[in-house]
Design a protein around this ligand. Structure first.
Ligand SMILES: [Mg+2]
Length: 153
């Protein structure tokens, strides 16, 4: 299971939309199609696809689905289901992602979660999942707050 933002997709160019007040969520998500791919993450996803099914678990809301599917295809990433946040679900990423992991784990063997969000990784490990921390981009303070306190992505 692969996270998208800052695991496979580099969001640095659109972070500025979250650093202003009020945060401009529409602009932040509208710019996602321009995210550069992150080579380390993409390589790991491709290697993983040789051994198992690859799926995507993102805090992005459902309304970004079309753009997200187009972006994944444009990077040549393995085809796989994309699990997204419901449009009005404002719970922290650690809650929404763990919920999805647990539901999937009832019927599937989850080999590994790859995610850059330390809190998500900690909770997933605590719940017994194997985790790879995507540490290949600089942390964004604004995005972290958005994920954990505002439940927006
Ligand atoms: Mg992320």
């Amino acid at each position: 299971m692969f996270d998208l933002d800052n695991t496979l997709a580099d969001t640095a160019h659109r972070q500025r939309f979250l650093e202003r007040k009020p945060r401009d969520w529409d602009a932040f998500f509208a710019a996602a199609p321009q995210d550069p791919p992150i080579a380390e993450g993409i390589a790991l996803a491709r290697r993983s696809a040789e051994e198992c099914e690859v799926v995507y678990l993102t805090g992005r809301p459902e309304r970004c689905r079309r753009d997200t599917l187009d972006w994944l295809a444009a990077q040549g990433l393995p085809e796989g289901r994309v699990y997204m946040r419901r449009d009005n679900d404002r719970r922290p990423a650690r809650r929404t992602k763990l919920e999805t992991l647990r539901v999937l784990a009832r019927t599937r063997d989850i080999r590994v979660l790859v995610d850059d969000d330390e809190l998500v990784c900690e909770d997933a490990e605590r719940a017994g999942f194997t985790v790879v921390r995507a540490r290949w981009t600089a942390q964004s303070a604004a995005l972290k707050v958005a994920q954990e306190r505002e439940g927006r992505t």
